[in-house]
Design a protein around this ligand. Structure first.
Ligand SMILES: [Ca+2]
Ligand SMILES: [Ca+2]
Length: 259
């Protein structure tokens, strides 16, 4: 019986319905085909996803490298700037020290000069950028020098013929000058440590029939004569004498006003 009904059912269904049913089934199958993505699409998506991950990772790494490089460059710039500033500060400090020393030296010189002026205004001569004090008291050579030094000066150094002529015009008696051979007999040195060869001039008294100066005469002192004096002698370029350093004479102090 069932087979009869089944046959009947099949036979009662119009052929168009059969076709439409057949088309309906086919459409469902097509719909299933459209809903399900093909296998290669999944693969493509996976590849795309992996690529995206790698790309993001690469971007992160590039970002980190860029940040690291920026920090490094910034540190180098800061270090470079710091070195530049340090050098400038060091140069400024050096210049400041030089300026302070120059100012201090100038102040000391002005102060000593003023002191010298006040002390010896009545007995002082100004010549060639120097001040000369002609003492009225008599002292031995060492005490004479100590007096000059205590006033910011020293015994006179005659370093050229013009200075010799100026002094000759001023001296009326015997005066100590800053020349001696105390350290080595016969090696005459000025108080500023210049030798006669270095100044290039010397005006020792010359004798025709007797020994010329310096003669290191020992008549008054067994140690001889180791300090020099200038005399108001008839020959203005021939008037230096060596004498016993313990003898008492007037003296000439010299003070540089300009450097
Ligand atoms: Ca001598
Ligand atoms: Ca002599």
């Amino acid at each position: 019986m069932n087979s009869i009904y089944e046959n009947f059912t099949l036979s009662t269904i119009p052929s168009d319905e059969k076709c439409s049913q057949h088309r309906g089934n086919s459409a469902e199958q097509d719909s299933e085909r459209e809903v399900r993505p093909p296998k290669w699409t999944k693969t493509l998506l996976v590849v795309f996803a992996v690529s995206l991950v790698f790309a993001l990772g690469g971007l992160c790494i590039l970002g980190i490298l860029y940040f690291s490089l920026s920090v490094k460059l910034s540190a180098q710039e800061t270090k470079s700037t710091h070195l530049g500033v340090s050098k400038e500060l060091s140069a400024l400090e050096t210049n400041s020290k030089i300026m302070v020393k120059e100012l201090t030296d100038n102040y000391t010189r002005v102060r000593e000069t003023l002191f010298f002026y006040k002390a010896f205004a009545a007995q002082m001569k100004d010549w060639g950028g120097k001040l000369y004090y002609f003492s009225s008291d008599e002292l031995n050579w060492s005490s004479s020098r100590a007096f000059c030094v205590s006033k910011g000066a020293d015994l006179v150094t005659i370093s050229n013929q013009s200075e010799q002529l100026f002094l000759f015009s001023e001296v009326k008696e015997y005066y100590w000058i800053g020349l001696n051979d105390l350290d080595t007999e016969g090696r005459w040195v000025w108080v500023n440590n210049q030798t006669l060869n270095e100044t290039g001039v010397q005006f020792w008294h010359q004798r025709v029939s007797e020994k010329s100066e310096p003669d290191n005469w020992r008549g008054n002192n067994a140690n001889g004569e180791n300090c020099a004096i200038v005399k108001n002698y008839h020959n203005i370029l021939n008037n230096w004498f060596d004498a016993s350093c313990s003898s008492m004479y007037k003296f000439i102090c010299e003070k540089k006003v300009r450097q």
